[in-house]
Design a protein around this ligand. Structure first.
Ligand SMILES: Nc1ncnc2c1ncn2[C@@H]1O[C@H](COP(=O)(O)OP(=O)(O)OP(=O)(O)O)[C@@H](O)[C@H]1O
Ligand SMILES: [Mg+2]
Length: 355
């Protein structure tokens, strides 16, 4: 992962100019627990780890030279900052105003990246959020984004992923994020609440378990949750291991290699029961004539979809029920933001007005 605070990509060329599209800039945002991304109709894209930090005092402010820091840069300077990771377990943390302020700053920051040098008159933004956040925080998010866009719509993250892939009918998206695993079954319309499920065992859960298992096995090894997350992102897997996983962790200050294969497997496999059970339950509820089609159109999205062996495991489970096809999105980082952007471009005016 890069150390830049924001990771931007201007794209090969500007796709839409103010003149070409009637001066509307369409924006898709994926507001995530661990990472947030933006994709805009002018071709700009960027992402940032979902951390916001404010200098603790005037010394910190002088040292850092700015009033607010984001992403990796905030994490690296966390000792000088009041730092916020505003989403937890799929919703905005309930801690007075600071998490809401952090969401606002984060979204503002991403939109600013996308708008640079813009001559657009109007901005329309679709914000994809975890399903729980959609239920609990939809109005708050609309209010927080209102300063940066003229028209805003909030949708669930798996729906924006499905839309971006054109998987609008007889398909299921399983978005494995940091805070939650969100399921959405598509039946040719905008999904309703009963078409969606949320399970709270996702990336953060794996990190916490792996940390516990490693503490138990190596009580003298000195590591943080952040290091554990990096181990996971480099070596995650389910099923039989291909190789031994060895990582460097200091013991009494001395860099020492540790075998973490069994612990990695156990922690990553902890999400399987919830994933399989929820997926089968949603399929069983679907119109029986179309269940086979859904089994042949399962899409794994989000950062957790990169766990080695996961796709094969899900496919193996489903094979007991007949023919099936499970695929993984090609771009877990921008899949949600790109889908939200496609939705913004296609959305008829009456939807914006009535939303
Ligand atoms: N190669 C990998 N193997 C396993 N997990 C990974 C890998 N790469 C990233 N992750 C994990 O994926 C999660 C981040 O995924 P994503 O960006 O989709 O989540 P999010 O949108 O921030 O969270 P949420 O959707 O729950 O709000 C983190 O827990 C991260 O550690
Ligand atoms: Mg997400």
């Amino acid at each position: 992962m890069s150390n830049n605070q924001v990771h931007t990509d201007d794209g090969p060329e500007e796709k839409e100019t103010p003149k070409k599209n009637g001066a509307i800039l369409n924006i898709g945002i994926d507001l995530g627990t661990s990472r947030s991304a933006i994709s805009a109709s002018n071709g700009k894209k960027s992402w940032v780890e979902s951390y916001v930090g404010w200098p603790k005092d005037f010394v910190a402010r002088k040292l850092l030279g700015k009033p607010i820091l984001f992403g990796d840069e905030a994490l690296e300077n966390r000792l000088s900052l009041n730092i916020s990771r505003p989403l937890e377990s799929g919703v905005i943390r309930d801690d007075s105003e600071s998490s809401e302020a952090a969401v606002k700053e984060l979204v503002g920051h991403l939109i600013q990246q996308a708008k640079a040098n813009n001559g657009f008159k109007r901005t329309r933004a679709i914000v994809g959020v975890p399903s729980e956040s959609f239920k609990a925080n939809k109005m708050a998010i609309k209010r927080l984004v209102a300063d940066f866009a003229d028209e805003i719509m909030v949708v669930t993250e798996p729906f924006s992923v499905a839309y971006g892939l054109d998987a609008l009918n007889n398909a299921m998206v399983i978005d494995i994020g940091a805070g939650t695993m969100d399921f959405c079954i598509m039946s040719g319309t905008i999904p309703a609440e009963e078409d969606q499920r949320t399970v709270f065992t996702a990336g953060d859960h794996i990190d916490r378990l792996l940390q516990t298992y490693l503490h138990e096995r190596y009580p003298h090894a000195d590591f943080t949750l952040n290091m554990v997350r990096r181990f996971k992102e480099a070596h995650s897997f389910v099923g039989d291991p291909e190789d031994e996983i060895r990582v460097e962790i200091p013991v009494d200050g001395k860099p020492t290699m540790h075998d973490i294969t069994a612990e990695m497997r156990r922690a990553c496999e902890s999400i399987l029961p919830g994933l399989v059970e929820t997926m089968l339950e949603l399929i069983a509820k679907f119109d029986p004539e179309f269940q086979k089609k859904v089994r042949n159109n399962i899409i794994l999205a989000g950062g957790g979809s990169q766990i080695r062996g996961l796709r094969e495991h899900v496919e193996k489970v489903l094979q007991e029920y007949g023919a099936c096809h499970v695929r993984t999105v090609s771009d877990p980082l921008f899949g949600g933001a790109d889908g939200a952007l496609s939705l913004a471009v296609d959305m008829p005016p009456e939807y914006w007005e009535t939303n």
